[in-house]
Design a protein. Structure first.
Ligand code: WT7
Length: 629
């Protein structure tokens, strides 16, 4: 247990004695078999109303305070930090009291722009504890993306680090926040924690977080919340418009994250659960933070990259931390596969029981390598399909039941309560097996998103309009002759770059800022490592010898307006884009070009001028020849 004045492993110096050992002052005694609130001090409302953090912290602190909640695998190899449930509760309560001190209240929105660490987890839980709504913004997003999310959600505060550290490089988080909040009048305070020893500029509204936490009380009575109150929102891309703030609520989300974590990964008490996703994505929310903590698990926080300091990093961590379940993205597996098996075999992986894949379709080669080389053919490999909107895994094999039956690269079976259906082009349900269609879900489930922040109509339009009465996922799927599901990919203008979801319209909107480029169209193309990459077709205002220069400028614009990963790999100048008579760009044709399926262009009769197809194909061929030589 931590003592006053001692620096905690998570980097906080504690000034006041902790709550440990204090008798419970709860007025409402727990019912038989239900966890009590013990260490949280006097409580004005029954425990079951204070949903998230009580389930993620207090119930475990009561029973086993010294169980390790988080293992922070820092970027610097071999410097892992262990944080017990008691310590995490302490961090959370101090952070929560700090937020309160600066006027953050139930219902307020708070942006978290931090790399993964015990403090960033505590920041999420602290918001939940006081009933504030967190919106975590992936620390790789640009200042403009961050500002857009802050403005849309009306955040009152941002919690950030002075700098981040990833793959041996420092990332200027605070400087990016400064840039972002310049135009965000709703922001009253920026809480700045220290990840590195470097000093950063601190202005009037900036508050040194650890200093305040040291002074803060370590007891924070959780706010009473209704099961349908908002827990968090998380921005994700759609096929049109700006990213949307997907809203998840207290009880249903937490229940669903916890249940899927337990059953899909066969999580047993004492297991070390290693999900290497960042907290900036839904995977980090559900399977680094909420699911594992609700189940009293030990959850690994992975701050680094799969290739730092070398391509053995994941497996060295598996060996050192004795990870039992390893959950990662196909893009990383494809990357590591290229470095060869030696990097895996160097390390003892006997602790591994279940491997998981998430975020994008996993190709057979990557599946086999993950299964045979990493898992020694001994571990169950679960390909898990879900979305930011679904809150948790919806389609996946269940390791406890059917290891022998799992078909490579198949998401397999719906989770409890999920009713998938496939739809044909006329909006009719497709019955039977060995069929493909648009993947919909026929009835609600606890973890489903409740709305889009500030725009419920957009929520209805995006998910419930295409197939009335059904939730439309945006994905296509195949149902095998045995009734198992395989996800075939997005059916809309959303692409998936290294497991990161992006609307092609967002890239187009960013590029539209260039004065020399009146028109653009972006489509996804298959990329060996990233799964998909962005391919941009652009029209220039006038012919110029500076096309290469303009392309570089476009790349810079996209990086600064969205994020580095959104930058198109290819930019091809064309004279005009394929448009219908009503002026709509036919991206479908461009997709055929970049996936080299031009022999099967489909129906082109609605094109304004069908000769544009040959024009673009010729330009593409020339571009390919030039770039392969
Ligand atoms: C989209 C959702 C799921 C959390 C991380 C991404 C694609 C996700 C799989 C999978 C094939 C998958 C879908 C989905 N996707 N998992 N196992 N097989 N495709 O969440 O950013 O909301 O993206 O990712 O296209 O719609 P997200």
């Amino acid at each position: 247990m931590l003592e006053a004045g001692r620096k905690s492993e998570a980097g906080i110096t504690l000034a006041k004695p902790l709550a440990g050992g204090r008798p419970s002052t709860c007025g409402d005694r727990p019912r038989d078999g239900m966890p009590s609130l013990g260490s949280a001090g006097g409580c004005p409302a029954p425990w079951w109303l204070r949903i998230s953090t009580v389930n993620c912290l207090d119930q475990h602190v009561e029973k086993s305070p010294n169980r390790v909640a988080l293992i922070w695998e820092r970027d610097e190899p071999g410097t892992a930090v262990h944080v017990t449930y008691r310590e995490l509760q302490d961090l959370t309560c101090r952070l929560a009291n700090t937020l309160k001190k600066y006027g953050i209240q139930k219902g307020d929105r708070v942006a978290i722009y931090m790399s993964v660490s015990p403090l960033s987890v505590a920041a999420m839980l602290a918001c939940a504890r006081i009933g504030a709504v967190h919106t975590v913004v992936f620390a790789g997003f640009s200042a403009e993306s961050l500002a857009g999310r802050i403005m849309d959600s009306g955040c009152k505060a941002v919690i950030t680090y002075n700098q981040g550290v990833r793959g041996g490089r420092t990332i200027e988080l605070k400087a990016t926040v400064d840039e972002a909040v310049k135009n965000c009048p709703s922001i009253k305070h920026v809480f700045v924690a220290q990840r590195t020893d470097n000093k950063v500029h601190m202005g009037d509204r900036d508050i040194p977080l650890e200093e305040e936490m040291t002074k803060a009380d370590s007891i924070c009575i959780p706010e009473s919340m209704d099961s349908e109150d908002v827990l968090f929102m998380l921005y994700t891309s759609g096929s049109t418009g700006k990213p949307k703030g997907i809203v998840h609520t207290q009880a249903g989300y937490l229940l669903y994250a916890a249940l899927t974590h337990k059953y899909v990964f066969d999580y047993q008490q004492g297991d070390v659960f290693g999900c290497v996703a960042d907290i900036g994505w839904i995977t980090g929310h559900s399977y680094v933070v909420y699911g594992p903590l609700c189940n009293g698990a030990t959850s690994v926080l992975f701050e680094s990259t799969p290739v730092y300091p070398d391509p053995g990093r994941y497996w060295e961590v598996v060996q050192r931390l004795k990870i039992n379940q390893f959950y990662g993205a196909p893009t990383a597996i494809r990357l590591l596969l290229n470095y060869g098996e030696e990097w895996v075999k160097k390390y003892d992986r006997s602790s591994l029981k279940v491997l998981g894949s998430v975020g994008e379709p996993i190709n057979k080669e990557a599946w086999q390598w993950f299964y045979e080389v990493v898992g020694e053919g001994r571990c169950t490999l679960v390909d898990t399909w879900w979305q930011t909107e679904t809150g948790g895994i919806c389609i996946a094999p269940r390791p406890s039941e059917e290891k022998a039956e799992i078909v490579p690269a198949m998401a397999m079976r719906p989770f409890f309560g999920i009713v998938p259906v496939l739809m044909d082009e006329n909006g009719e349900v497709i019955e039977g097996n060995d069929v493909s269609g648009a993947l919909c879900i026929a009835q609600p489930w606890p973890g489903m998103a409740r709305t889009i922040h500030g725009d419920h109509q957009r929520f209805i339009d995006a998910y419930f309009k295409a197939y009335p009465g059904y939730y439309f996922t945006g994905d296509g799927a195949y149902r095998s002759h045995k009734g198992y599901y395989q996800i075939t990919g997005r059916m809309d203008d959303v692409i998936n770059i290294s497991g990161h979801r992006l609307g092609t319209a967002e890239i187009e909107d960013a590029m539209a800022d260039h004065p020399e480029v009146p028109e653009t169209a972006v489509v996804g193309y298959p990329h060996k490592i990233k799964g998909e990459g962005a391919f941009a077709f652009i029209v220039l205002r006038e012919e110029t010898a500076h096309a290469d220069h303009i392309k570089e400028e476009l790349k810079t614009i996209v990086a600064s307006k969205i994020a580095k990963y959104a930058v198109p790999d290819h930019i091809l100048v064309v004279k005009r884009l394929p448009k219908t008579r009503s002026g709509k760009i036919m991206r479908r044709l461009l997709r055929k070009v970049v996936t080299e399926q031009s022999s099967n262009m489909g129906d082109v009769t609605t094109l304004d001028d069908p000769s544009v197809v040959k024009e673009i194909l010729d330009a593409y061929q020339k571009y390919k020849e030039k770039n392969s030589s």
